[in-house]
Design a protein. Structure first.
Length: 244
């Protein structure tokens, strides 16, 4: 009799554990997508409340950043500011000056978004990109922050001193693209790479000087689409997860 009661309690307990496991599985938020849309991003929230927008509407990019940050669960930072500025670069990311002397969890970062370049590069400003390419562009910038969060002050100084070296900056941006792919954001990065190369073909430029600037600062420093696809075929995240 006692054995029957014990077995009944055991089975009931096991049943509850299985049910709870099924509940967690069905309610876990799926984040792996080949193509994103508004309905997917609308369900995401910023649980950290560490993203701030300066001189721009937060509605434009908050959802994209909420999505991207789910791929960097161990990222340490104090705040990330998205700031609109006058710049020839569509996007640029840096730690604040005093942050380079602080611990990773105390550091503040700024992602600078250009208000306009007065060149064909205006076509690849975030507001003119498709949703998937926006995610790819900002994912690259968050990967910069992920990389910065593991750097010490002397590495920041070295990066500053090498900022005019084409080879050093190419290696820096290339490794950031690779990190983005490794984190699981290869599909939006691929969308970004394809869209940028399509919009900024040489025939879309009026001056050689402008095209050379784009080549040196963006195209020559970032992974081409075919290289992105090559890495995606190797990294475990794309083999272990089903991208819908």
């Amino acid at each position: 009799m006692h054995r029957i009661v014990f077995m009944g309690r055991f089975l009931n307990g096991t049943f509850l554990i299985v049910l709870f496991g099924c509940y967690l599985t069905t309610n876990a938020q799926h984040i792996y997508y080949k193509q994103l849309n508004d309905s997917i991003l609308n369900n995401l929230t910023d649980s950290t409340q560490k993203i701030r927008f300066i001189e721009m509407d937060s509605v434009l990019y908050r959802r994209q950043l909420n999505y991207i940050l789910r791929f960097y669960p161990t990222l340490n930072y104090n705040s990330i500011r998205i700031k609109a500025v006058n710049s020839q670069k569509p996007l640029d990311t840096r730690p604040t000056f005093f942050s380079i002397f602080k611990r990773a969890e105390k550091r503040d970062y700024v992602i600078y978004v250009s208000k306009g370049t007065l060149s064909p590069m205006d076509s690849i400003l975030p507001q003119h990109l498709t949703l998937n390419s926006q995610v790819g562009a900002f994912a690259h910038e968050i990967s910069h922050i992920y990389d910065f969060s593991t750097s010490h002050v002397f590495q920041f100084i070295s990066l500053f001193l090498n900022r005019h070296s084409q080879r050093k900056m190419r290696d820096f941006e290339y490794s950031t693209d690779k990190l983005t792919i490794e984190q699981g954001l290869g599909y939006p990065l691929l969308n970004w790479a394809k869209e940028v190369r399509e919009k900024l073909k040489i025939e879309n430029w009026k001056t050689v000087k402008g095209y050379d600037f784009y080549k040196q600062t963006i195209e020559d420093r970032r992974m081409p689409p075919e290289t992105i696809q090559h890495f995606m075929s190797d990294f475990p995240v794309y083999l272990q997860n089903q991208y819908k």
